[in-house]
Write a protein of this length. Structure first.
Length: 202
């Protein structure tokens, strides 16, 4: 009697499947323009354009007495505007280097500037400035300042940050100095892809 033996072979099929991936991207730049943003004129900002360079040459505000506020100092993107592609803004971080000639000078208000107007949550911590330069950071990679800014708004030349300080005591004529302003934006692009191998035994 003839016997037949049947062998069943196993084959491995490897398939590559495209998976949509969303990776956050961070971009940072100095502001491109500086300007006095107005206030009660008890402490206008002089040489406001100096905040566009990290060079130790500051914009200054001499506050006209205890209990008075400086004007706002506006740092906007101007010719340094962001070129973020289509996507979602995840967070905005603001960095500035500041000092004062007296620790009576205190951070009072920090707002985003969108469309040329001050908006969003006040990110000031109301902490006193030191007599030597210190870099301060406000906001963060997942902080949109109580807003949902669009990519178009962030890419605009009039996007930026406004800073105001005040003199909470001491004598007349305390001075604040801001060397530079820098903005970091974290965003997620609309598309992206990664590959994942799916192995199937047949």
């Amino acid at each position: 009697m003839n016997k037949r033996i049947l062998f069943t072979a196993g084959f491995i099929l490897t398939a590559t499947v495209a998976i949509v991936a969303y990776s956050a991207v961070t971009t940072q730049t100095l502001v491109g323009t500086g300007a006095d943003g107005g206030g009660d004129d008890e402490g206008p900002w002089l040489n406001a354009s100096n905040i566009t360079a990290d060079d130790g040459v500051p914009s200054t505000s001499t506050i006209d007495g205890a209990g008075e506020d400086s004007n706002f100092l506006h740092g906007t993107m101007g010719g340094n505007q962001f070129t973020i592609p289509a996507g979602t803004i995840d967070g905005i971080e603001f960095e500035y280097e500041v000092k004062a000639d007296d620790t009576d000078v205190t951070e009072k208000a920090i707002y985003l500037i969108i469309g040329g107007s001050r908006v969003g949550s006040n990110k000031s911590t109301n902490t006193a400035y030191t007599t030597g330069y210190v870099v301060r950071n406000r906001g963060g990679v997942a902080d949109t300042w109580g807003l949902t800014p669009s990519v178009a708004q962030v890419n605009a030349t009039n996007f930026g940050v406004a800073v105001q300080c005040f003199d909470d005591g001491g004598g007349r004529g305390d001075k604040a100095s801001i060397d530079y302003m820098k903005i970091t934006v974290t965003y997620t692009p609309s598309g992206g892809s990664a590959t994942n191998q799916v192995r199937m035994i047949l």
